[in-house]
Design a binder for this molecule. Structure first.
Ligand code: PMP
Length: 407
């Protein structure tokens, strides 16, 4: 057993201290959004009380303070990702806007009719639809990496898809539905052999895994603050400077410019060229505080503890004969997608909610994956380091009640 002090750590999260329907809340919807520790809540409160002022544009003291905090937050993100330079850290509103930014900007310069974009069948809609828009605008073709029944990418098929027409590979680091940790380092290595850049959708990896962009050597990495215990409305697009220099801005507006006349606009330098308008600057500081919190706990210790949750959860759910688990990859985070007999996922979710257990039901924004699995949706229990094996036992007891009720 790891030495992870989960009882103590749970006290950092006020929301976990309450009851739902007269039962202690079991929050298993972390894949959708994670709860916030006291330090992040206090940070946001303190910013609004004492430091709130527009960044970059004003000469006053307060603005200067806030600008420093915002730029320090960028440095915290850079360090967390082990990126080379803060020029490579672009703040966005979240993974969705990071991928839309990249797809729109990359498409304009690098995608021509007949070019190919490689995605995988397990992608979230956020990493499908923006590329479909690019495809439709420029006449490109999407190529899809298939998966095994265990929910692992077919790497041989992937290698076969890479060719001289491939312009970019965009895949998730971790699947939000299956929990699979994809072999992203190998994906990047193979793409680079074919001279193709890679975007990793890190939305589900960032709370569970190391996202070391230097080690992974990925060209782009996208994630959201709210899934890694930070505020909503803030996210990051990492891009290698050599790529970001070549990409045009996505949105136009204040701050991303150097000089504007009605005839012509010249753009600001990196990373500001991609940060149009008033940025979510308090949220950026909140995100940095969340990353500091996670690093304070220690990513290695989090990973070790979450591996225990994966083992325990897979064993506990597999012991229920009626439960069919989707996603049995060898490398996996504590995300359990399943169906109970032929009971509809919404019915299971509703009964669990009555027992104080918050799960997600539906397609989890991965409809093509649902088509591949031949189902319309699953129940998804997505855990965090503040969840416990006792809570998994509560889920199992709840599922036994579901089975009894519907039998
Ligand atoms: N990609 C993946 C893998 C996700 O799980 C999510 C969120 N469910 C997103 C992208 C989109 O993230 P956001 O809604 O924060 O933009």
């Amino acid at each position: 057993m790891s030495d992870f002090q989960v009882t103590q750590i749970r006290k950092d999260f006020p929301v976990l201290q309450q009851e739902v329907n007269g039962k202690p809340l079991v929050y298993f919807d972390n894949g959708a959004t994670a709860q916030k520790p006291e330090v992040v809540i206090r940070c946001m409160d303190e910013l609004y009380r004492t430091q709130y002022a527009p960044i970059h544009r004003s000469v006053n003291w307060l603005s200067d303070q806030m600008t420093t905090r915002y730029e320090n937050a960028r440095e915290t993100v850079r360090k967390h990702l082990d990126a080379y330079s803060t020029n490579e850290i672009i703040f966005t509103n979240g993974t969705t806007s990071s991928i839309n930014l990249l797809a729109a900007s990359f498409g304009r310069v690098f995608i021509r009719p007949g070019d190919e974009i490689i995605l995988s069948v397990m992608e979230h809609h956020s990493n499908i639809v923006p590329w479909q828009m690019v495809r439709d605008q420029y006449g490109a073709v999407l190529k899809i990496i298939p998966i095994s029944d265990e929910g692992e990418l077919d790497m041989e098929a992937y290698e076969g898809l890479l060719n001289e027409k491939t312009r970019i590979v965009a895949v998730s680091h971790v699947s939000n539905t299956l929990g699979t940790v994809n072999p992203v380092k190998e994906i990047v290595r193979l793409a680079h052999e074919a001279d193709v850049p890679v975007l990793l959708d890190g939305a589900q990896a960032i709370p569970h895994q190391r996202a070391d962009v230097t080690d992974l050597d990925c060209d782009f990495y996208a994630f959201s603050g709210h899934k890694v215990y930070g505020p909503t409305g803030i996210g990051v697009l990492y891009g290698k400077e050599k790529w970001l220099e070549k990409l045009p801005p996505w949105q136009g507006g204040g701050e991303m410019i150097n000089r504007v006349t009605f005839e012509k606009t010249t753009f600001n330098e990196l990373p500001f060229k991609f940060e149009a308008g008033t940025m979510p600057f308090t949220e950026a500081v909140g995100l940095a505080t969340a990353l500091d919190y996670v690093n304070g706990l220690g990513l290695n210790r989090i990973i070790a503890y979450e591996e225990e949750l994966v083992d325990y959860g897979m064993r506990a759910l597999s012991a229920l004969e009626q439960v069919k688990i989707f996603g049995r990859a060898t490398q996996k985070v504590p995300v359990f997608s399943f169906l109970v007999g032929d009971i509809h996922q919404y019915d299971t979710g509703m009964v669990l909610d009555k027992l104080g257990i918050a799960v997600r039901t539906g397609s989890h924004c991965t409809m093509p994956l649902m088509d591949r699995l031949g189902i319309t949706g699953t129940v998804r229990a997505s855990l965090s380091f503040y969840n416990t094996t006792d809570e998994i036992d509560v889920l199992v007891t709840g599922l036994k009640q579901v089975i009894q009720m519907f039998s």
